[in-house]
Ligand binder design. Structure first.
Ligand code: NAP
Length: 310
């Protein structure tokens, strides 16, 4: 089989980039891998582990001669990285990213790129609460969706190549427009993270329940929340700051639903609660039937490879 890209450059070498590198090595469809990270420490780990064929000191050096450049930094850092690499990109190359928010990333990156390159944003719907160059693994994207999110028309050959690349990493690939992406992900990922952060915060504030009780008696629901609430603070700060409109819309609806349930509990309306919980149960069944989770009971003891994604 021929190589999809001769040379791929990763800017940022954390969970997502290192998983992409492991998955691409597994597939054997990428030639040379170049990479760089902000800190000397991460670059040293990448060299020590042989994560990349070439680890460069700067992003400008990493992208030299690359056919595909993938921005794997927090959403808030995308603009500065794009500004640095813009003048050094090979004409005809594809620039993509893995940011959890799309409209803000497109607006931050696009102005810094020359017209001679193809900018095709993407978002793999897979992740864990772990970060850094040693947290990645080849199977992360297997049977998960990667959304490719072009802003308007893009070169069809470059798009097909990027789709093939993601499929070779194990992902199912679909196209979506940026605004729709940001709303869908707010519902399926971002708002749940905010709720988990809040619930763990509430437990932390509730002095009547001691820390040791929270840890000792943590039941399935709370334990799942703590796993999600352990996600990287920088990444999630940037997600909410860069997806404000969808956050406001979904949070507004969430608060309305919560108040309606609060009222049902106060007035003893068991039928409303029962009907509501029956409706939500069907959504869980749908996820399992779609092969996006298993029905195996684990009582909240999810393995770290189960994925709260960004
Ligand atoms: P990560 O493990 O924390 O790695 C982030 C990388 O970006 C690190 O190499 C870090 O360098 C570098 N970096 C951080 N701040 C930077 C800055 N200001 N300038 C330049 N480089 C910087 O993060 P990740 O989980 O791989 O996430 C990367 C991207 O993927 C984010 O945009 C996130 O929204 C998206 N994403 C994440 C998930 C998930 O569940 N984690 C899922 C899908 C998409 P140092 O190591 O040197 O600090």
């Amino acid at each position: 089989m021929s190589l999809i890209y001769q040379r791929v450059a990763y800017i940022g070498l954390g969970l997502i980039a290192s998983s992409m590198i492991h998955a691409s090595r597994r597939a054997g469809l990428v030639g040379e891998v170049a990479g760089t990270a902000r800190s000397a420490e991460t670059r040293a780990i990448a060299r020590e582990d042989g994560l990349c064929d070439i680890v460069t000191e700067t992003a400008a050096e990493a992208v030299q001669g690359a056919d595909l450049v993938v921005l794997c930094v927090p959403v808030g850092a995308m603009s500065a990285v794009a500004e640095v690499i813009g003048p050094h990109l090979k004409p005809g190359c594809t620039v993509s990213d893995v940011g959890s928010v799309k409209r803000a990333v497109i607006d931050a990156v696009q102005p810094h790129l020359p017209e001679s390159v193809h900018f095709i944003p993407a978002h793999p719907l897979a992740g864990t609460e772990h970060s850094g160059p040693r947290s990645g693994f080849a199977e992360l994207f297997d049977n998960r969706y990667t959304l490719i999110v072009p802003d308007g028309d893009v070169d069809s050959a470059a798009l097909a190549r990027l789709e093939e690349f993601w499929r070779s990493l194990g992902a199912n690939v679909e196209l979506m427009d940026p605004e729709h992406h940001d709303l869908v992900l707010m519902v399926t990922s971002h708002a749940p993270h905010l709720i988990a952060y809040t619930m763990v915060g509430v437990a932390d504030d509730l002095r009547r329940v001691t820390d040791s009780e929270v840890i000792k008696y943590s039941a399935a629901g709370f334990r799942d929340f703590t796993r999600i609430a352990a996600s990287d603070p920088t990444m999630w700060r940037d997600v909410f700051l860069n997806n404000k409109d969808a956050t406001m819309e979904i949070l507004g609806r969430f608060i309305e639903e919560l108040m309606s349930l609060q009222r049902a509990i106060r007035t003893g309306d068991g039928d409303q609660l029962f009907d509501y919980f029956t409706r939500t149960r069907a959504i869980r069944r749908g996820i399992i039937e779609a092969g996006q989770d298993t029905a195996a009971p684990n009582f909240g003891r999810g393995t770290e490879r189960e994925t709260p994604e960004g």
